[in-house]
Design a protein around this ligand. Sequence first.
Ligand SMILES: [Zn+2]
Length: 512
Amino acid sequence: MKRFSILLLLALLINVAAMAQSAAIRNIQQMAREDNRTMQHLDILCNRIGGRPAGSNACENAEEWAVKSFQDWGLEVKLEKAGQMAVGFNRGGWWGRMMGEEQMTLHFATPSYTSGTKGPQKGHVVIEPRTQAEFDRMKGRLKGAWVLVEGKSRGWALKHDADTKAEREKIRKANEEAMQYNSMMAGEDGKRKEIDTSTPALFYDEMVAAGVLGFIQAAPVPITALYDTEVVKNGVTFENLPTVPDIKLDEEQYARIYKMAKERRQIELEFDIRNHFHIGPVDYHNVIATIKGTKHPDEYVIVGAHLDSFDVATGGVDCGSGVSVVMEAARMIAQSGAKPDRTIIFILFAAEEFGLYGSQAWVEAHADLLPKISNMFNRDGGPMPYSAFSAPASLVEEYKKIAEPICELYPDYDFTVNELKPRPMPTRTGGNDASSFDVKGVPTLQMNEWRDVKGYGFDYREIWHTERDTYQKSIPEYQEQAAGAMALMVLGTANLKQMLPRDEVYRPTDKE
Ligand SMILES: [Zn+2]
């Protein structure tokens, strides 16, 4: 009899726990439907805080705001130092125009961690010299000039490191020899030697010394703006920063101005670029928020996105669309009354854009936890909805149950669960923070986010590190759906009877 009542009590308790879990799921569904705050988070992140590269004040603001938000929702939060910049950077506004025979407003951007102007600066336009003879002929005209340089911008600042300078020196020599050969031999053997006209800024140092106002390079639209690798990666300090602006101009405008400069027409350009630095070092941090597991507190589900972004826009998609969904999923789970079996760790990674620095730092600092991570969910692929999940073979039925409340909540999205085909474990990190985990053998299964279910015509390449990566490029309906689906998927994974079996995720690597 006694034994019987203990069993009964046990059964009752299990039932109560199960009921609490299903109440939590209902609460999440209700919050997702009636009080979905995904776009509020995104609004604050993009429009109040703004673009936020590692080392910027905005980046620090974003860290502070994320910590406070997670705390307000009842999560345990900490900042973990992930690295440091030798110098900090803050972007202000920028504008430019052409004056003289023709006028136009200039459409351009500058990479992060590059120099601004000294207030509005007006000057004539020259085309960069390709040979010493050319340089000598125009050196007097370089002072106070905007210089059109060769090549098509892919967003990077013009290089000014020692290796590049040595390379330019070589090209200049070859160009010199070709010029001499052409002038002496051309008449005799009829052959001409090529002059390199594709490498930009062959006389970089000499032009800076001569007092040019800045460099201008043609850029495809939408304009991409990345950063100065020397400053960001090689520890250039406040005292040794480049001093000349590095402008990436709409390629159509560039072509127009190039032609007019060639024709020696009367035009001037004026730019005002407010790029500012501050003395480093500047630390950057991963923001880590935890909901402790009740049954297996030392097993984990990780949910990540990266907090940093480029600043030529406001990181509305990359990775605002990830951060806002991860934060809202955290809020919904925390406030649903859920008591997940496993510990859920939400991580807003630092400095992803400069080379996955935040996730690399986390994986290194927490190597002991890696074998205990069931799955790492990461959102960094745009403002898309979740419409499927491929589950390890032995968990397909379990995941169909996890998907039920997602389907119920979002009938239009036709959420399906398929069987995962194991893949070889990656050997090299790729394009996002999940890859810092999968090279360590941690499962990083993601929900399918590639179906533009309602046909919004989103194109990731349009926003990727460009001037268009703003709040407006996000898709509210999809973002809210993703937050609800993420909350339910993560909670379900944390409550599975077992961790994801790694041998059903990664194929054993073939031995050669
Ligand atoms: Zn990203």
